[in-house]
Design a protein around this ligand. Structure first.
Ligand code: BTN
Length: 305
């Protein structure tokens, strides 16, 4: 994290060589004011005013940090959260150079996409984290409906697909201290208006963009505003422990339920099964070929049919 913060501040001319020389004596947290300052400066395409103008939320997005380019908005959000930035703050970047996807994968983030991370400080245990990811999927789904995309579906645990192709990914990371959750960083990447020409072939084949689906450019600032509103609605439900309401919405829009899948869980052999549903803790309920039931709490599943 230290490297990322120093590189960002150096690139944006916020750190002099002298300060860099003195770095060994300086705590990285001493730079948090500089990062905040930078996040309040004007950016080219993502416009604070346009997002804030009609933003109908109580706390999500009331504090926004917007950058031209960062390695990963999740890292910046983590840094800011560890240095006093509070619940509901949002970090957005027009571009990311080292964004993280799930399972250690890279996430391509050129100009034209929506790359953001939300800081949440919910009072929950680890077991509730998967539900936050599912809830975020529902928020994206509802956002897409508001811009006219009615046919998006959620592939467990966190991919938003349109006509079988991925248009959005979610990466939830928790900051913990002595086994309690200090805060949760919810990273969302929406492939809005990006040019995928230079993406690896296999990615291109399995992804889509919103402008491709709608047939015209999507307004990124509007998309961000709508998403923040939808996210706040669902996070209120989460905080009020209305988990069944969230799961009901998720199930309604599920791409995975009713399909035959190949399940990949960490540290175990992949197996095939039929997806029966999703349980209260957010795990996938899979019936194996031998009829036994498995609850899959983390991992990936490849759809077979
Ligand atoms: C996935 O693998 O599907 C999850 C992708 C998550 C990408 C987003 S973009 C904003 C945030 N910053 C990151 O580095 N990753 C997430």
């Amino acid at each position: 994290m230290q490297n990322e913060i120093v590189k960002l501040l150096k690139k944006e001319g916020k750190l002099s060589e002298k300060t860099i020389d003195e770095l060994s004596n300086i705590e990285i947290s001493d730079f948090s004011d500089l990062v905040r300052e930078l996040g309040k400066e004007e950016t080219k395409y993502i416009k604070r005013d346009k997002i804030s103008k009609n933003l109908n939320t109580k706390y999500i997005g009331k504090d926004m940090y917007i950058f031209n380019e960062v390695m990963s908005t999740n890292t910046i959000a983590k840094f800011l959260s560890m240095n006093g930035v509070g619940n509901g703050a949002v970090v957005i970047s027009e571009k990311q150079t080292k964004a993280r996807g799930r399972s250690g994968k890279n996430w391509e983030s050129p100009l034209g996409g929506v790359w953001l991370s939300i800081i949440l400080n919910p009072n929950v245990t680890h077991s509730k984290i998967p539900l936050i990811t599912l809830a975020t999927g529902v928020a994206v789904e509802n956002t897409l409906k508001r811009i006219g995309i009615e046919n998006a579906e959620i592939k467990w645990p966190n991919d938003i697909l349109i006509q079988d192709k991925k248009a959005c990914g979610i990466l939830t990371e928790a900051i913990t201290s002595f086994n309690t959750i200090e805060s949760v960083i919810i990273g969302v990447g929406i492939d809005a208006n990006i040019n995928t020409e230079n993406f690896p072939q296999e990615l291109q084949e399995n992804m889509t963009t919103l402008n491709e689906e709608i047939g015209e450019k999507v307004d990124e600032n509007l998309l961000i505003r709508l998403f923040l509103e939808e996210f706040e609605k669902i996070s209120e439900q989460f905080i009020n422990e209305e988990y069944e309401t969230i799961l009901k919405e998720w199930r309604k829009n599920s791409y995975t339920i009713g399909k035959i899948v190949e399940v990949h869980e960490p540290f175990s052999k992949p197996y095939d099964g039929y997806v029966l549903g999703i349980s209260r803790d957010g795990s996938l309920v899979v019936e194996k070929i031998d009829g036994t039931l498995e609850k899959v709490i983390s991992g990936e599943c490849i759809i077979k049919k």
